[in-house]
Write a protein that binds this ligand. Structure first.
Ligand SMILES: [Zn+2]
Length: 492
């Protein structure tokens, strides 16, 4: 193993970090990859590799097998060119113009907390470039695919023309835990549920209450869905359901969650209650609030549920009781959270959905719920969709799908996974874990086009991706480089 680097300048002379440093100089937010894509293309053409760039700015490179390796199955190294752009408070940085600032502290390469580093996934691109240009390396036919907009809609990988791929094995370098490779990912899509609203005028004897659920932990709609942290939208629906048993309800406003890919932390509603039912209403919502506090004590230390009297809406209108009932009933019956665990690897979620947003849109005269469904099998996702679709129909509403991306079902007998684990063990004397994950990867898009591919997702240790605290381990990157060299030499 190589010794540590004493300065950034010295680090940037290493082939992998040389390429990473060059990539950091070219701005590359999602959907603005033209310049970085063209730079990588020019580099590949200068090296004499067969290269193409398409309308989505994907870059494809091919290098023939080393002598004697012509019969081995071709390997594709794959990474994405775009990065998430986040900066710390008070930092001036224009991601469309400015290079990424680099700092080295011991083993850690970062921006010093200023902006995202873009090791996700610039380091994947850099590793592949260093491997391609290493003429001492023996390897089967090599292909490299660098995609775009992975962090947004995977439109690069979704639209790439895979008809001329030679690869049997796909090595995606977009993982952030060195000793835990990924062997499957979920696919999914968003669902929008609409319920048309009819309005009623506010009567004389009515009171309004502002119900607020705040301070849940939230998290990623896939990776954290099994943690039992609670969904603020569901909490609010439970309070409304409890109140509705005691009193008629009408909605003046409703807003929960901000994005379907995040588990909702906050939700709130203003409801109208007949003045004569005030006490029953308050007792009912308090009872549910107390139950929620008890149920989620262990995971929601900051949970705050408040019920305060407030003013009625300026419009003088609230949703009719019938519509309010149908929405509350629909949401109470709605699937949310884990649907099934993976039978082979019980720690991994196999299918789920996240009721990410609920809201009343008065201008559009509708109540809306937005979900994200995830599973490794499209058929299972369609089954969850069927349930939401049926609910919408029963409630008198409609439903539509959007932003679909394909899954990558885990293949327990994968020859590639076996070889990856074996080579890692031989090289480092340590085992590498390999399991599927409950979030999306571009492998799903590529395997939908070429189902015969076997895939794995790997990468060096990197922390706090998508935040200005993003940090990359230099040592782990060098280990990953050595590992990939050994894998390409031995793979059959
Ligand atoms: Zn990534």
């Amino acid at each position: 193993m190589e010794k540590g680097f004493t300065s950034l300048e010295q680090l940037l002379q290493h082939p992998v970090f040389h390429h990473f440093g060059e990539l950091c100089r070219i701005p590359h937010p999602s959907f603005q990859e033209k310049a970085i894509s063209t730079a990588v293309c020019s580099w590949a053409r200068r090296k004499g590799f067969e290269t193409w760039q398409d309308d989505w700015n994907n870059v494809f490179i091919r290098k023939p097998a080393s002598p004697g390796y012509e019969d081995r199955p071709a390997v594709m190294l794959q990474a994405h060119l775009d990065m998430v752009c986040q900066k710390a408070k008070g930092i001036e940085h224009d991601f469309a113009k400015n290079p990424i600032h680099l700092e080295l502290a011991g083993d850690i390469l970062s921006t010093g907390g200023r902006t995202t580093l873009g090791a996700d996934d610039g380091i994947g691109v850099a590793l592949a470039m260093a491997l391609l240009e290493d003429d001492r390396l023996t390897h089967p036919e090599l292909e490299a695919l660098f995609t775009t907009a992975e962090e947004e809609d995977m439109s690069g990988a979704q639209n790439v023309d895979a008809s001329d791929f030679h690869a049997r094995y796909l090595v995606n370098i977009d993982n952030a835990v060195e000793r835990h490779s990924v062997t499957g990912s979920c696919g999914g899509f968003g669902v929008k549920f609409h319920l048309p609203v009819t309005w009623e005028a506010v009567p004389g004897q009515a009171l309004f209450y502002h119900l607020k659920v705040e301070g849940l932990q939230g998290g990623h709609s896939g990776e954290d869905i099994h943690r039992g942290r609670g969904n603020a939208n569901i909490f609010l629906i439970r309070m409304l359901l409890g109140a509705r048993k005691k009193t008629p309800l009408h909605l003046a406003s409703l807003h929960g969650g901000t994005f379907r890919l995040a588990i909702p932390r906050d939700a709130e509603a203003v409801v109208m209650v007949p003045a004569a039912r005030k006490n029953e209403f308050l007792a009912a919502v308090d009872q549910v609030a107390e139950a929620l506090q008890a149920e989620y004590k262990a995971v929601a230390a900051n949970l705050k549920i408040t019920v305060e009297e407030t003013a009625g809406p300026d419009t003088g209108l609230v949703t009719s009781q019938d519509v309010t009932d149908r929405f509350i009933e629909g949401m109470a019956l709605s699937p949310d959270g884990i649907s099934e665990m993976n039978a082979v690897i019980p720690t991994v979620v196999q299918s789920s959905d996240n009721l990410g947003e609920i809201r009343l849109e008065p201008e559009e005269n509708r109540l809306v719920a937005i979900y994200e469904i995830r599973t490794s099998f499209r058929s299972k996702a369609d089954y969850i969709w069927d349930k939401i679709h049926l609910l919408a129909r029963l409630a008198g509403g409609t439903c539509e799908k959007f932003a679909a991306y394909p899954g990558w079902p885990d293949h327990p007998d994968s020859k590639l996974t076996f070889q990856v684990k074996q080579v890692y063990q031989e090289l480092f004397g340590e085992s590498m874990e390999a399991t599927p994950i409950h979030s999306g990867l571009e492998c799903g898009c590529l395997m939908e086009k070429r189902p015969e591919l076997e895939a794995i997702s790997l990468g060096p240790n990197c922390w706090d991706l998508h935040s200005p605290q993003e940090r990359l381990s230099v040592r782990s990157t060098l280990r990953m480089y050595e590992f990939l060299k050994a894998l390409l030499e031995k793979i059959q």
